[in-house]
Design a protein. Structure first.
Length: 319
Protein backbone atom coordinates (compact mmCIF):
# COMPACT_ATOMS: atom_id res chain seq x y z
CA UNK A 1 0.00 0.00 0.00
CA UNK A 2 1.17 3.50 -0.84
CA UNK A 3 0.84 6.13 1.87
CA UNK A 4 0.69 9.36 -0.11
CA UNK A 5 1.98 12.34 1.84
CA UNK A 6 0.51 15.63 0.72
CA UNK A 7 0.89 19.21 1.86
CA UNK A 8 -1.53 20.81 -0.61
CA UNK A 9 -4.50 22.50 1.07
CA UNK A 10 -6.32 23.79 -2.01
CA UNK A 11 -9.74 22.05 -2.07
CA UNK A 12 -9.99 21.96 -5.88
CA UNK A 13 -6.61 20.25 -6.14
CA UNK A 14 -7.28 17.85 -3.29
CA UNK A 15 -10.65 16.65 -4.56
CA UNK A 16 -9.17 16.25 -8.06
CA UNK A 17 -6.28 14.25 -6.57
CA UNK A 18 -8.67 11.56 -5.38
CA UNK A 19 -10.13 11.00 -8.84
CA UNK A 20 -6.67 11.05 -10.39
CA UNK A 21 -5.29 8.43 -8.00
CA UNK A 22 -8.41 6.27 -8.34
CA UNK A 23 -8.14 6.13 -12.12
CA UNK A 24 -4.36 6.24 -12.69
CA UNK A 25 -2.82 4.20 -9.86
CA UNK A 26 -3.04 0.40 -9.66
CA UNK A 27 -1.75 -0.07 -6.10
CA UNK A 28 -3.82 0.32 -2.96
CA UNK A 29 -3.49 3.81 -1.52
CA UNK A 30 -4.05 5.60 1.78
CA UNK A 31 -3.93 9.40 2.04
CA UNK A 32 -4.38 11.99 4.75
CA UNK A 33 -4.98 15.56 3.65
CA UNK A 34 -6.40 18.90 4.76
CA UNK A 35 -8.31 21.66 3.02
CA UNK A 36 -8.50 25.37 3.56
CA UNK A 37 -12.05 26.42 4.57
CA UNK A 38 -14.44 24.98 1.99
CA UNK A 39 -17.73 23.15 1.60
CA UNK A 40 -17.59 19.76 -0.11
CA UNK A 41 -20.87 18.41 -1.43
CA UNK A 42 -21.94 14.98 -2.63
CA UNK A 43 -22.18 14.16 -6.32
CA UNK A 44 -25.98 14.00 -6.38
CA UNK A 45 -26.75 17.04 -4.24
CA UNK A 46 -28.31 20.40 -5.05
CA UNK A 47 -25.60 22.85 -4.07
CA UNK A 48 -28.02 25.73 -3.44
CA UNK A 49 -30.01 23.65 -0.94
CA UNK A 50 -26.92 22.62 1.03
CA UNK A 51 -25.04 25.84 1.71
CA UNK A 52 -25.54 29.24 3.29
CA UNK A 53 -24.82 31.02 0.04
CA UNK A 54 -24.74 34.55 1.42
CA UNK A 55 -22.25 33.53 4.11
CA UNK A 56 -19.91 31.56 1.86
CA UNK A 57 -20.01 34.31 -0.78
CA UNK A 58 -19.16 37.00 1.78
CA UNK A 59 -16.32 34.88 3.24
CA UNK A 60 -14.97 33.53 -0.07
CA UNK A 61 -15.53 29.92 0.96
CA UNK A 62 -15.43 27.72 -2.15
CA UNK A 63 -17.84 24.88 -2.84
CA UNK A 64 -16.50 21.74 -4.50
CA UNK A 65 -18.52 18.75 -5.67
CA UNK A 66 -16.88 15.36 -5.13
CA UNK A 67 -17.47 12.17 -7.15
CA UNK A 68 -18.90 10.18 -4.22
CA UNK A 69 -22.43 10.37 -2.88
CA UNK A 70 -23.51 11.38 0.59
CA UNK A 71 -24.02 14.75 2.20
CA UNK A 72 -22.32 18.12 2.45
CA UNK A 73 -19.39 18.63 4.83
CA UNK A 74 -17.30 21.59 5.94
CA UNK A 75 -13.51 21.39 5.74
CA UNK A 76 -10.86 23.53 7.38
CA UNK A 77 -7.33 22.92 8.64
CA UNK A 78 -8.71 21.48 11.88
CA UNK A 79 -10.38 18.73 9.88
CA UNK A 80 -8.29 15.82 8.60
CA UNK A 81 -9.55 13.91 5.59
CA UNK A 82 -8.64 10.28 4.99
CA UNK A 83 -8.87 8.37 1.74
CA UNK A 84 -8.55 4.66 1.03
CA UNK A 85 -8.40 3.51 -2.58
CA UNK A 86 -8.36 -0.24 -2.93
CA UNK A 87 -8.80 -2.89 -5.60
CA UNK A 88 -11.49 -5.34 -4.49
CA UNK A 89 -11.81 -8.79 -6.06
CA UNK A 90 -14.16 -11.49 -4.83
CA UNK A 91 -15.69 -9.38 -2.05
CA UNK A 92 -18.43 -6.80 -1.73
CA UNK A 93 -17.23 -3.60 -3.33
CA UNK A 94 -19.16 -1.41 -0.89
CA UNK A 95 -18.22 -2.12 2.72
CA UNK A 96 -17.87 0.97 4.91
CA UNK A 97 -16.76 -1.02 7.95
CA UNK A 98 -13.65 -2.22 6.12
CA UNK A 99 -12.30 1.33 5.99
CA UNK A 100 -13.86 2.89 9.07
CA UNK A 101 -12.47 0.28 11.47
CA UNK A 102 -8.80 1.37 11.10
CA UNK A 103 -9.68 4.95 11.99
CA UNK A 104 -11.72 3.83 14.99
CA UNK A 105 -8.81 1.62 16.08
CA UNK A 106 -6.44 4.61 16.14
CA UNK A 107 -8.92 6.67 18.16
CA UNK A 108 -9.47 3.90 20.64
CA UNK A 109 -5.73 3.40 21.07
CA UNK A 110 -5.59 7.10 21.98
CA UNK A 111 -8.26 6.61 24.64
CA UNK A 112 -11.26 7.91 22.67
CA UNK A 113 -14.44 5.84 22.84
CA UNK A 114 -15.22 6.11 19.12
CA UNK A 115 -17.75 3.83 17.42
CA UNK A 116 -19.37 3.35 14.05
CA UNK A 117 -22.95 4.53 14.40
CA UNK A 118 -25.74 6.14 12.42
CA UNK A 119 -25.41 6.49 8.66
CA UNK A 120 -21.79 5.35 8.23
CA UNK A 121 -20.55 7.83 10.84
CA UNK A 122 -17.91 7.63 13.53
CA UNK A 123 -19.33 9.04 16.75
CA UNK A 124 -18.13 9.79 20.26
CA UNK A 125 -20.82 9.68 22.94
CA UNK A 126 -23.39 9.94 20.15
CA UNK A 127 -21.77 13.00 18.59
CA UNK A 128 -20.49 12.79 15.02
CA UNK A 129 -16.77 13.26 14.42
CA UNK A 130 -16.52 11.60 11.01
CA UNK A 131 -18.78 11.24 7.98
CA UNK A 132 -17.94 8.77 5.21
CA UNK A 133 -18.76 8.15 1.54
CA UNK A 134 -17.67 5.81 -1.24
CA UNK A 135 -17.35 5.72 -5.02
CA UNK A 136 -16.74 2.65 -7.19
CA UNK A 137 -14.76 2.76 -10.44
CA UNK A 138 -14.54 -0.64 -12.14
CA UNK A 139 -13.07 -2.89 -9.41
CA UNK A 140 -11.55 0.02 -7.49
CA UNK A 141 -13.21 1.53 -4.42
CA UNK A 142 -12.60 5.05 -3.21
CA UNK A 143 -13.58 5.47 0.43
CA UNK A 144 -13.09 8.81 2.12
CA UNK A 145 -14.14 10.44 5.33
CA UNK A 146 -13.72 13.49 7.50
CA UNK A 147 -12.01 13.49 10.88
CA UNK A 148 -13.14 16.49 12.92
CA UNK A 149 -10.04 16.98 15.03
CA UNK A 150 -9.99 20.67 16.00
CA UNK A 151 -12.29 22.21 13.44
CA UNK A 152 -14.12 25.53 13.80
CA UNK A 153 -17.54 24.09 14.62
CA UNK A 154 -19.24 27.50 14.68
CA UNK A 155 -18.19 28.23 11.10
CA UNK A 156 -19.14 24.68 10.13
CA UNK A 157 -22.66 25.25 11.44
CA UNK A 158 -23.10 28.62 9.73
CA UNK A 159 -21.68 27.53 6.34
CA UNK A 160 -24.03 24.54 6.19
CA UNK A 161 -27.08 26.42 7.51
CA UNK A 162 -29.22 26.29 4.37
CA UNK A 163 -32.85 26.96 3.45
CA UNK A 164 -33.53 23.44 2.23
CA UNK A 165 -37.30 23.85 2.75
CA UNK A 166 -37.36 26.20 -0.26
CA UNK A 167 -36.14 23.52 -2.67
CA UNK A 168 -38.13 20.69 -4.22
CA UNK A 169 -36.06 18.16 -6.15
CA UNK A 170 -34.80 14.60 -6.22
CA UNK A 171 -31.38 15.65 -5.01
CA UNK A 172 -29.77 13.81 -2.10
CA UNK A 173 -30.23 15.79 1.11
CA UNK A 174 -27.68 15.94 3.92
CA UNK A 175 -28.49 14.40 7.28
CA UNK A 176 -27.61 16.97 9.90
CA UNK A 177 -26.13 15.62 13.13
CA UNK A 178 -24.64 17.19 16.28
CA UNK A 179 -20.85 17.16 15.92
CA UNK A 180 -17.78 17.17 18.15
CA UNK A 181 -14.02 17.60 17.82
CA UNK A 182 -11.81 14.64 18.70
CA UNK A 183 -9.32 16.83 20.55
CA UNK A 184 -12.01 17.51 23.18
CA UNK A 185 -12.07 13.80 24.06
CA UNK A 186 -8.36 12.98 24.16
CA UNK A 187 -6.89 12.12 27.59
CA UNK A 188 -3.57 13.60 26.36
CA UNK A 189 -3.66 16.42 23.83
CA UNK A 190 -1.92 16.01 20.49
CA UNK A 191 -1.32 18.55 17.76
CA UNK A 192 -2.87 17.96 14.34
CA UNK A 193 0.52 16.89 12.94
CA UNK A 194 1.10 14.49 15.85
CA UNK A 195 -2.32 12.94 15.30
CA UNK A 196 -1.59 12.51 11.59
CA UNK A 197 1.67 10.73 12.47
CA UNK A 198 -0.24 8.32 14.73
CA UNK A 199 -2.68 7.45 11.93
CA UNK A 200 0.14 6.81 9.45
CA UNK A 201 2.03 4.75 12.04
CA UNK A 202 -1.02 2.55 12.55
CA UNK A 203 -1.24 1.88 8.81
CA UNK A 204 2.39 0.79 8.84
CA UNK A 205 1.73 -1.51 11.78
CA UNK A 206 -1.13 -3.43 10.13
CA UNK A 207 -0.10 -3.46 6.48
CA UNK A 208 2.25 -5.40 4.22
CA UNK A 209 4.60 -3.67 1.79
CA UNK A 210 3.55 -0.26 3.08
CA UNK A 211 5.67 2.65 1.86
CA UNK A 212 5.45 6.39 1.54
CA UNK A 213 4.89 8.06 -1.82
CA UNK A 214 4.89 11.70 -2.85
CA UNK A 215 3.27 13.07 -5.98
CA UNK A 216 5.72 13.58 -8.83
CA UNK A 217 5.81 16.75 -10.91
CA UNK A 218 3.85 14.84 -13.57
CA UNK A 219 1.22 13.78 -11.03
CA UNK A 220 0.84 17.33 -9.79
CA UNK A 221 0.53 18.76 -13.31
CA UNK A 222 -2.16 16.25 -14.28
CA UNK A 223 -4.08 16.73 -11.03
CA UNK A 224 -3.95 20.51 -11.47
CA UNK A 225 -5.24 20.16 -15.01
CA UNK A 226 -8.16 18.03 -13.76
CA UNK A 227 -8.85 20.61 -11.05
CA UNK A 228 -8.87 23.45 -13.59
CA UNK A 229 -10.96 21.65 -16.20
CA UNK A 230 -13.51 20.09 -13.85
CA UNK A 231 -13.38 20.85 -10.14
CA UNK A 232 -13.04 24.63 -10.40
CA UNK A 233 -15.92 25.00 -12.83
CA UNK A 234 -19.40 26.37 -12.14
CA UNK A 235 -20.80 23.65 -14.40
CA UNK A 236 -19.57 20.88 -12.08
CA UNK A 237 -19.97 22.50 -8.68
CA UNK A 238 -23.33 24.24 -9.24
CA UNK A 239 -24.75 23.43 -12.68
CA UNK A 240 -24.53 19.65 -12.16
CA UNK A 241 -27.24 19.91 -9.48
CA UNK A 242 -30.44 18.01 -10.31
CA UNK A 243 -33.33 20.13 -11.61
CA UNK A 244 -35.31 21.77 -8.82
CA UNK A 245 -38.25 24.03 -8.04
CA UNK A 246 -37.60 26.95 -5.70
CA UNK A 247 -40.40 28.57 -3.67
CA UNK A 248 -40.10 31.36 -1.13
CA UNK A 249 -42.21 34.13 0.37
CA UNK A 250 -40.60 37.34 1.59
CA UNK A 251 -43.01 39.97 2.92
CA UNK A 252 -45.91 40.15 0.47
CA UNK A 253 -43.89 38.75 -2.41
CA UNK A 254 -44.04 35.15 -3.60
CA UNK A 255 -41.23 33.76 -5.75
CA UNK A 256 -41.36 30.51 -7.70
CA UNK A 257 -38.44 29.47 -9.88
CA UNK A 258 -37.74 26.43 -12.05
CA UNK A 259 -34.03 25.67 -12.39
CA UNK A 260 -32.43 23.22 -14.81
CA UNK A 261 -28.68 22.77 -14.97
CA UNK A 262 -28.30 25.64 -12.52
CA UNK A 263 -30.09 28.05 -14.89
CA UNK A 264 -33.45 29.72 -14.19
CA UNK A 265 -35.84 28.55 -16.91
CA UNK A 266 -39.10 29.91 -15.46
CA UNK A 267 -39.85 32.68 -12.96
CA UNK A 268 -43.13 33.55 -11.28
CA UNK A 269 -42.99 36.55 -8.90
CA UNK A 270 -46.07 38.30 -7.59
CA UNK A 271 -47.59 40.26 -4.71
CA UNK A 272 -49.74 37.97 -2.60
CA UNK A 273 -52.13 40.82 -1.73
CA UNK A 274 -52.63 42.55 -5.08
CA UNK A 275 -51.75 39.50 -7.23
CA UNK A 276 -49.71 41.86 -9.43
CA UNK A 277 -46.81 40.15 -11.20
CA UNK A 278 -43.29 41.55 -11.52
CA UNK A 279 -43.32 40.68 -15.21
CA UNK A 280 -40.13 42.49 -16.18
CA UNK A 281 -38.15 40.85 -13.37
CA UNK A 282 -39.64 37.48 -14.34
CA UNK A 283 -38.47 37.94 -17.91
CA UNK A 284 -34.91 39.12 -17.15
CA UNK A 285 -34.28 36.28 -14.69
CA UNK A 286 -34.80 33.62 -17.35
CA UNK A 287 -31.46 32.26 -18.50
CA UNK A 288 -29.62 33.56 -15.41
CA UNK A 289 -27.62 31.30 -13.10
CA UNK A 290 -29.36 30.76 -9.75
CA UNK A 291 -26.29 32.07 -7.94
CA UNK A 292 -25.94 35.10 -5.69
CA UNK A 293 -23.41 37.13 -7.74
CA UNK A 294 -25.44 36.59 -10.94
CA UNK A 295 -28.80 37.39 -9.31
CA UNK A 296 -27.33 40.45 -7.60
CA UNK A 297 -25.97 41.71 -10.91
CA UNK A 298 -29.40 41.44 -12.55
CA UNK A 299 -31.23 43.14 -9.67
CA UNK A 300 -28.78 46.05 -9.56
CA UNK A 301 -29.05 46.55 -13.33
CA UNK A 302 -32.83 47.02 -13.23
CA UNK A 303 -33.44 48.27 -9.69
CA UNK A 304 -35.54 51.39 -9.12
CA UNK A 305 -35.80 52.59 -5.53
CA UNK A 306 -39.52 52.73 -4.86
CA UNK A 307 -39.06 52.81 -1.05
CA UNK A 308 -40.93 49.52 -0.75
CA UNK A 309 -38.55 46.74 -1.78
CA UNK A 310 -34.76 47.02 -1.39
CA UNK A 311 -32.05 45.16 -3.29
CA UNK A 312 -31.46 42.99 -0.23
CA UNK A 313 -35.18 42.22 -0.08
CA UNK A 314 -35.04 40.91 -3.62
CA UNK A 315 -31.93 38.86 -2.84
CA UNK A 316 -33.64 37.36 0.21
CA UNK A 317 -36.65 36.55 -1.96
CA UNK A 318 -34.69 34.92 -4.79
CA UNK A 319 -32.02 33.08 -2.80
Amino acid sequence: MLLIQRDQTNPYFNIAAEEYVLKHFSEDVFMLWQNEPSVIIGKHQNTMAEVNQQYITLNNIPVVRRISGGGAVFHDLGNINFTFIKTIIGEDLVDFKRFIDPIIAVLQKLGVDARQEGHNDIRINGLKCSGNAEHVFKNRVLHHGTILYSSDLDTLGIALRSHEERFDSRAVKSRRSPVTNIISHLPSKLSVSEFIERVYAYQFSIGNDVRYYQFTDKDIAEIQNLADQKYKTWEWNWGYSPAYHYTHRFGNLICELDIHGGIITQANIYDVVTQDHHTFLESVLKGVKHLQPEIEKVIKSIYIDDNHVSINDYLNLLL
